[in-house]
Design a binder for this molecule. Sequence first.
Ligand code: UDP
Length: 357
Amino acid sequence: MKYVYLGLRSLRLSGRYLGFVDVRIENIEDRWMKKVLVTGGAGYIGSHIVKALLEAGDEVVTFDNLSEGHRDAVVGGDLVQGDLSDGPLLQSLFSKYEFDAVMHFAANCRVGESVKDPEKYYKNNVCNLLNLLAVMRRHHVNRMIFSSTAAVYGNPVKVPIEELHPLQPINPYGFTKLAVENILRDYSRAYGLISVSLRYFNAAGADPMAQLGESHDPETHLIPRVLAVASGRLAEVEVFGTDYPTEDGTCIRDYIHVNDLALAHLAALKHLRGGGENLIVNLGNSRGYSVKEIIKCAERITQKKIRVVHSSRREGDPPVLVCDNSQARRQLHWQPKISSLDEIIQTSWKWEQNRRY
Ligand code: UDP
């Protein structure tokens, strides 16, 4: 917390001297410097968080190279199109705006692609992060919220997964995210950077107003693919593996609504602004659903029959990924609000029927 100290001032009433008062304006950061830089703010998760920040009264600057993000997904604040590899552009960005925190979403996030092209992932997810941190240091911006992932755990040895679970990624994507968590820890010790790393489980759902939603090209995620079949944009959806050691043989995942992720980011920002310490927490509902359960729920909500093809397992998919979210509840005073699968899929379905991009 910072203060502006205005010094001793005499206090008078109707010209009569009453004494001296010590005048200071408390917490000036909260009053005057609430500009948040959101890298990757035009993407699926980033765009929902930009909207939540604006609704909370923050000033937001989105920085996005629009390689995967959408201009139309940035519903307010300033949008600067650029790449985190562009040092001079970052310099001028930080000179122009006075940021009090950075939320970092700009990264590549396709597991399969990371296996085929690890260089792209290490460059974009790690080297570019180092560029960003260098500029933050130069401009004395020392708060960061980082979008991490359950992929840092690899194949779980114990479910539900707690934050102290062994960190053994099984693909380059997971390794890059873990590398960033480690960099943030080391920068904290050496340079005083304070960060919150949020390990997302399966982000799902859409803005309940359908102003924003998920739109990847290609779309690989289960729920949007299932709903694309329901709306006729796709002919069928593959179920990757029906021989997993789960009740119905399909993989179980912990789906968390994107607006609940947004609330956690606001809570993390409040934590950092309040002088809180480094945190690493899981974000999920602590409840898992199988691929078949997702399809059944989507059929009920859309009132459509969804054509399914059974395929072999997708490489690198653990059978069950469900988190223990008690740390996020405790440390961030956060709890999911759109936690039922029905509600999550309803918001995605509304988006699917009203897609703007
Ligand atoms: N999945 C599937 N068919 C699809 C896409 C995904 O069966 O077309 C399965 C996938 O194998 C995983 C689950 O659905 O078990 C969730 O996958 P998604 O790609 O949505 O998220 P991930 O868990 O990979 O982050």
